[in-house]
Design a binder for this molecule. Structure first.
Ligand SMILES: Nc1ncnc2c1ncn2[C@@H]1O[C@H](COP(=O)(O)OP(=O)(O)O)[C@@H](O)[C@H]1O
Ligand SMILES: Nc1ccn([C@@H]2O[C@H](COP(=O)(O)OP(=O)(O)O)[C@@H](O)[C@H]2O)c(=O)n1
Length: 417
């Protein structure tokens, strides 16, 4: 057994397990022996007596390979497993221990399916960096036990499954920095460099990077970023601002990356977020060049990268976001700071109306925004919590001309234009 797996299992009983049920995590822990009355955790409450459950946790020593494997595993399980296996996202972590998160899936076998499922899982465990556990119910139906699969033949260790309190931090928060949100160009580039062999396009992306960065250089002209959810009116406003102020209009990700964007949108979060992070630095270099000649308007920048990444990594209500003031909301030290960031806010119904009148939605994430109210509120709240270049909210519901006038007033007041 690989050394990192052995190390992992050594602290196994201090781990908490979380399973997504109806878009929010439910937690359970394990004990070597039960103290007091056993209470089955709610994850298991709807499982039938004759059913078995299984968990698969990805524990690769290499995070790029591990994340890609985890990403592809859901499709693979859904293709291979019998219908009704109910594949759910799951994770395991040591409370408050940064970097301790393992991601995986939880599933159940209906009566008669377990030998087929066990064959599939055994094969998966033998060929991949994945740790499988099985869960079974006691005769009297009062207790569930967890068994580490690789041990089950020679030295089976059974743990009792117990309910666990909701932890102080959502599990994803433990691994967010440099996995979902990157705070320096070097960290984002490290991920892309590791992908060179599997995604040849990364070489072209890295080739677009400026040779040196100077985040402290103060642009001669103001740099104004316009942020907001899809269809809040960013394109409309940025184009009008360009014309009214005689400004240069830029966007992040920059035009020069557009050929590769779709490719990275299909990758798991680690790689996708590294791509968007790098895009901001390329845009920053373009801003530096243009802001010596005229004001610059930027359509999306760092706020979009961080807010969507944070809001996607956590699940459930806004209270599951990292708390206000947390490290994840800080502006990266090596990234140019705009003079002003305006966040366009819009009533959800009006946003939907504008989306419909514009035509089809674009990214899966934007489609998710429409369906999932909780996700939308998490993105908006994450936008507001970012510090270092905090955003000023502007109501985007009046007519396009009125929104422009309001934005111009803000720009004149804050940037002395
Ligand atoms: N202030 C406004 N009032 C009404 N409709 C607007 C306004 N601003 C933009 N729109 C319309 O809403 C849709 C989305 O606007 P767009 O500028 O493309 O948003 P974004 O760039 O944020 O996705 C477009 O059809 C646009 O014409
Ligand atoms: N600077 C940026 C811009 C976009 N993005 C990502 O790109 C998606 C939105 O891009 P989009 O092209 O649909 O947005 P619009 O500019 O059309 O509103 C979000 O889901 C973000 O994850 C980012 O991470 N960083």
């Amino acid at each position: 057994m690989a050394r990192h797996l052995k190390l992992l299992v050594q602290r196994w009983s201090s781990r908490v397990f979380s399973v997504e049920v109806d878009g929010a995590p439910r937690y359970f822990g394990i004990r070597e022996q039960l103290r007091g009355e056993p209470v089955p955790p709610d994850v298991f409450s709807e499982v039938q007596k004759q059913d078995r459950c299984y968990s698969l946790l990805v524990c690769s020593g290499d995070r790029v390979t591990g994340d890609r494997f985890h990403w592809e595993l859901r499709d693979r399980l859904q293709r291979q497993l019998p219908p009704g296996s109910g594949v759910r996202s799951m994770s395991s972590f040591i409370p408050d221990q940064k970097g301790s998160l393992l991601k995986g899936y939880f599933l159940q076998s209906r009566a008669g399916n377990s030998s087929l499922i066990e064959d599939i899982l055994t094969d998966l465990e033998q060929r991949n960096p994945v740790l499988v556990c099985s869960y079974s119910q006691s005769e009297d139906g009062q207790q569930w036990t967890q068994c580490l699969w690789y041990q089950s033949e020679d030295n089976p260790v059974r743990f009792c499954v117990v309910p666990s309190e909701t932890p102080k931090h959502h599990p994803s928060v433990l691994n967010m920095i440099n996995s979902d949100v990157f705070y320096s160009l070097d960290e984002a580039c490290d991920v892309l460099k590791q992908c060179g062999d599997i995604i040849p396009e990364t070489r072209s992306v890295l080739g677009m990077l400026p040779s040196s960065l100077d985040a402290r250089r103060k642009p001669d002209f103001p740099v104004i970023v316009i942020e907001g959810l899809d269809a809040t009116g960013k394109t409309t406003l940025t184009e009008s601002l360009r014309d009214s102020l005689g400004a240069t209009l830029l966007r992040s990700p920059p035009q020069c990356l557009s050929a590769w964007r779709g490719r990275f949108d299909r990758e798991p979060p680690l790689i996708r977020r590294a791509f968007y992070a790098v895009g901001n630095y390329i845009t920053a270099e373009q801003i530096n060049q243009e802001a010596s000649k005229s004001p610059v308007i930027v359509d999306r920048f760092w706020h979009s990268t961080a807010a969507y990444a944070i809001a996607t990594a956590v699940t459930g209500p806004v209270s599951n976001l990292p708390h206000e003031g947390a490290e994840v909301y800080r502006w990266p030290g090596d990234l140019l700071q705009p003079s002003l960031v305006i966040l366009l806010t819009l009533d959800p119904e009006e946003r939907k109306r504008r989306l419909r009148s514009r035509g089809l939605m674009k990214t899966d994430e934007e489609e998710e925004l429409d369906h999932n109210k909780l996700f939308r509120t998490r993105v908006e709240e994450a936008y507001r919590r970012i510090v270092g270049s905090a955003c000023i909210a502007l109501d985007a519901s009046p007519s396009a001309d009125l929104v422009l006038q309001q934005a111009l007033l803000l720009i004149r007041a804050k940037c002395h234009l």
